[in-house]
Write a protein that binds this ligand. Sequence first.
Ligand code: NDP
Ligand code: AKG
Length: 451
Amino acid sequence: MQNIDVEKRIDEFMTWVEKRNPNEPEFLQAVKEVATTVIPYILTNEDYDGMKLLERMTEPERVIIFRVVWQDDQHEVQVNRGYRVQMNSAIGQYKGGLRFDPSVNLSVMKFLAFEQVFKNSLTTLPMGGAKGGSDFDPVGKSDPEIMRFCQAFMTELAKHIGPNLDVPAGDIGVGAREVGYLFGQYKRIRNEFTGVLTGKGLAYGGSLIRPEATGYGVVYFCEQMLRTIQQEIKGKIFTVSGFGNVAWGVIKKIDQLGGKVVTISGLDGYIYDADGISGEKIDYLLTLRNSGNNRVEDYLLKYPEAIFHAGKKPWEVKCDVAIPSATQNELDLEDAKTLVENGCICITEAANMPCTLEAINYFIDHKILFSPGKASNAGGVATSGLEMTQNSIRMNWTADEVDAKLKAIMVNIHHLCQEYGQEADYVNYVKGANIAGFVKVADAMLAQGLV
Ligand SMILES: NC(=O)C1=CN([C@@H]2O[C@H](COP(=O)(O)OP(=O)(O)OC[C@H]3O[C@@H](n4cnc5c(N)ncnc54)[C@H](OP(=O)(O)O)[C@@H]3O)[C@@H](O)[C@H]2O)C=CC1
Ligand SMILES: O=C(O)CCC(=O)C(=O)O
């Protein structure tokens, strides 16, 4: 196949998707990243070519958009919008988190659901892909307001989910507290106690290690990447963004393995702590997060020797490894150039799509180790899958058992990326993750007829 034909097929496909999904930049970005790596593969495989598999995969099986009405502490009626995008159920029931953030819209929901399909496939567990959430802003809300919002949200969502249909979990703005309120409302409405959500509290069906799982999985994956160039976590300097659930798990595991994390960040700017964020400083991240203030600057209240850089991103700090752990498109081409100039050897995505396409291409062109979130952050949803298994067999595994399974899954995802992404002298993890994720879903779809 001539290169020119491949480029033409990618262009034709993207034109088709753009026409069907105007004004959805995040969704189109996620699709483009997949299309540029998967279409060349489809064209070499006669079982796939002509079956419109990517066309089908970019069309959600179902999109549910609903009104959420609740009352704030001042008795004022508030109206928000709720979403659940059930993207693909070819390999298992829909699975994916819920995000509560003012930036939530249909484009963001669809990009996250699309990524989730490939990610869940990579875990090798039987989970389809979905994502949901609301434009509700949890910042500054009282606990009773959060509870009332979660109950109102679940009152509609409960009609569309179930332990054998669709199993949501947390994401930005949705942690253990919110999952608890959502679970309680589902149980009340449906009159059943089932594993309908993951990320549950330990007292009512949660799994040990799920809170840490996304971050731990990212670091296990990073360890494998570094091993390909005979390097290790120990002794390396890491820059991390965010100070939420995922950043916390990442920092905890890096600290355990002897690396040093020198930054965290929030919407207000970033913290540089030259001594490293370790020991009790890691626990302090939970206090900061639970304060609900969403100000990373407050780190200085306890550790005044650190430095706060208002309105800046942590990618200007010299590091060996960068782990973006906050949100989509938080690392752009300029940041990528700065990281590479400063000697960074590895970027492991922890958030979903934190690097722009231009940044990713720059890393790949410069043969810097780079892993996409759908591969390196898959440990969170994989451990959700392990929570579902424990709920089904009505047993709880120990922390060591869950952690060992999580590590094995991350090592396996790394193998899959190598198998499908190995180029002459470089592992293209983007290509590897996309093709490996695609193959399982595509085979299941072909086996099930025109779905
Ligand atoms: N939780 C999970 O299991 C998984 C999460 N992910 C992904 O990891 C990322 C982080 O999620 P999680 O830690 O759970 O969420 P949290 O809500 O716990 O934390 C989110 C963090 O990201 C920061 N953030 C959010 N929006 C922005 C923004 N626009 N600009 C800069 N910083 C921002 C927040 O800072 P601030 O408080 O200042 O807003 C906060 O530090 C997301 O991309 C999520 O999709 C991926 C796999 C699984
Ligand atoms: O645990 C889950 O089901 C979903 C986690 C998630 O939202 C993600 O992987 O982005």
